[in-house]
Write a protein that binds this ligand. Structure first.
Ligand code: HEM
Length: 563
């Protein structure tokens, strides 16, 4: 069928209409690309080793269609090919991966490079400008206010809660006897409950089942945020808003903020009720007096943590310097509300909510993953589990008594097991910063340009053969004092390091010791999956795609030599 002359003219007209704008877009992109290639930022970035790029997209297409566990494999493969410094371009964005302690030290230790990478903005609808994301004066003043709420003396007052919740989870796990189950479900539930009671001061009586829904919603939110990192089209809010992820995000934030709003409302009502009755929130002295560990001073015993983290130069060991004094040293949410009411700190209701959301997230998902990895590893390494139990037997015998703070100081081998697990499976596998100035690093004297995003790959640093003899072998003796004393401080950074290190470090370690020791005094853990078959998932918080599957058996409370 032939076209009429009128149709031919129209067709010609339409193709011109499409052709010229396309030509304009293509030539503008090309000119932009050429201009970028010649800029200082690009020239400096291109001096770093990394995979070949294609125009406009850079290396972004390499990430297309990859599942989270394939991304882990890809990252590890590139580390083998390119070494400890790898550059990648996501479009015009320079991302530099670092896996050597010498190279990350000047960044983590700096007071200048404290801003988080722009990717953290995906957390904003959830965490607002809370401690994890904020920068500048807001971050500094909130950090100064929040750090003392994790003072060791406050933590000691949490021992009863740690113990009670650990016993509760042991009870719940009874129903799993004889079958394979995902221990992470239990660890998520108990870590949320503990956080609600300790940091938020919400008593068990007023809690409901929303803790578990909250934990599940957090996991799904992390997944969406993570997908926004590597599916580059989801990075644009204008595109993201039209996807099913966005709808899901609204639904999940409804659950997450539903719980945190309820927590704050509840706590505020109690505050005003108490104030009307003339009841002032308990001071630290009152909090610690009711404890069975009364009288034990913070400096009574040195733990391994004291020496492992002493080179970090963060504010956690020095928070006596900016201490607010015993009377005002309240647990986290009490302090926030009290400060807002009496004006000691300038913090608005909205800011309180941001910090509550931040602490709830950072405080539970990390320890849930950390404890799940420890339990699975002990299920695999029965010899190590026996040693842990023998140590616990030495401390507790066959009794059911709760752990005291003093007991936790004696759990030296369990502490090494926790440290080794955090080394091989760090719950926060990467940290990202945006460089404010050029940074010269030790590796080949490379200079990383200002504006670049630096990804500090904790997972890979922890498995660097320069610092660990058999980096891929689970060996708690890596943390024997003689093995840690001369090791580079920044070769072990599960809690990050420097001014933006984790404020919950001491809280996490104490809680993990109480929780894990209680579980191990009651159950023997068995993993039918060997460690070589753990399938790791690149995510905000490190997980196993195959689930944290274990079996439990009732513990025979006798030392291993007697079995
Ligand atoms: C095993 C458990 C934990 C691990 C491995 C861990 C790890 C980390 C890491 C690596 C960072 C730095 C993140 C970054 O720069 O992107 C961080 C920051 C943070 N963590 Fe933790 N964390 C744990 C437990 C906790 C707990 C229990 C809390 C609170 C109760 C907490 C609260 C925070 C906060 C508020 C920040 C932001 C600090 C700042 O930027 O000033 N974390 N954590």
């Amino acid at each position: 069928m032939s076209t009429s002359p009128v149709e031919e003219v129209q067709g010609y007209h339409y193709s011109r209409l499409v052709f010229y704008p396309l030509l304009l877009v293509a030539s503008s992109l090309w000119m932009l690309y050429r201009w970028q290639q010649q800029s200082r930022y690009f020239r400096m970035g291109n001096k770093l080793p990394g995979p070949a790029c294609v125009p406009i997209f850079g290396n972004a297409l390499l990430l297309l269609g990859k599942s989270p566990d394939q991304l882990v494999k890809l990252g590890l493969e590139y580390a083998d090919i390119y070494g400890t410094v790898i550059r990648g371009w996501i479009g015009s964005k320079l991302v530099i991966f670092l896996t050597d302690a010498d190279d990350v030290e000047p960044i983590l230790n700096s007071q200048v490079h404290i801003d988080k990478a722009t990717e953290y903005r995906f957390f904003k609808p959830w965490l607002g400008e809370g401690l994890l994301i904020s920068s500048g004066e807001k971050w500094r003043s909130h950090r100064k206010m929040i750090a003392p709420t994790f003072h060791i003396n406050i933590l000691k007052s949490f021992m009863t809660t740690f113990n009670q919740n650990s016993v509760n989870v042991v009870d719940k796990m009874k129903h799993e006897m004889g079958r394979t189950f995902d221990v992470h479900d239990h660890m998520s539930g108990v870590t949320v409950d503990i956080l609600l009671e300790t940091a938020m001061g919400i008593t068990r009586k007023t809690q409901d089942e929303s803790g578990f829904d909250y934990a599940m919603a957090v996991m799904k939110m992390c997944d969406i945020i993570h997908q926004r990192h590597y599916k580059f089209w989801l990075r644009f809010d204008s595109v993201f808003k039209f996807t099913s992820f966005f709808k899901k995000q609204i639904e999940l934030l409804g659950i997450i903020h539903g719980l945190t709003n309820k927590v704050i409302k509840n706590k505020k009502e109690t505050y005003f009720m108490n104030k009307a009755k003339g009841i002032i929130p308990p001071t630290l002295e009152e909090l610690t007096k009711s404890e069975d560990n009364d009288g034990i001073l913070a400096n009574d015993g040195k733990t391994l943590a004291d020496s492992v983290f002493k080179g970090y130069r963060d504010d956690l060991d020095f928070n006596d310097e900016n201490d607010v004094g015993e009377k005002k040293r309240l647990a986290f949410l009490d302090l926030m509300i009290e400060s807002a009411q009496n004006g000691t700190h300038n913090i608005s209701d909205h800011e309180i909510k941001e910090e509550v959301d931040t602490i709830m997230f950072e405080g539970h998902d990390t320890t849930a993953a950390g404890s799940s990895f420890v339990l699975c590893l002990l299920g695999v390494h029965q010899d190590i589990q026996r040693r842990v139990y023998d140590e616990l037997y030495d401390i507790f015998g066959d009794s059911d008594r709760p752990a005291t703070f003093e007991d936790t100081l004696k759990m030296k081998y369990l502490e090494r097991v926790i440290f080794e697990s955090l080394r091989m499976y760090p719950p926060v596998p990467v940290i990202a910063r945006k460089l404010k100035k050029d940074v010269k690093i030790a590796t080949k004297g490379y200079v990383l340009p200002a504006g670049a995003t630096v990804v500090i790959a904790t997972f890979k640093i922890h498995r660097n053969g320069k610092y660990y003899k058999n980096p891929d072998v689970f060996d708690p003796d890596n943390f024997l004092p003689e093995n840690t004393q001369d090791r580079h401080y920044y070769s072990y950074i599960p809690f990050s390091a420097g001014p933006r290190s984790c404020v919950g470090r001491k809280y996490a370690l104490l809680k993990l010791k109480v929780l894990l020791s209680t579980i191990l005094r009651n159950y023997k853990l068995i993993s039918e999956v060997p460690e070589s078959e753990f399938r790791l998932q690149a995510d905000i918080i490190l997980k196993r795609t195959d689930g944290f599957r274990v079996k439990i058996e009732p513990r025979r409370r006798v030392p291993s030599t007697a079995s």
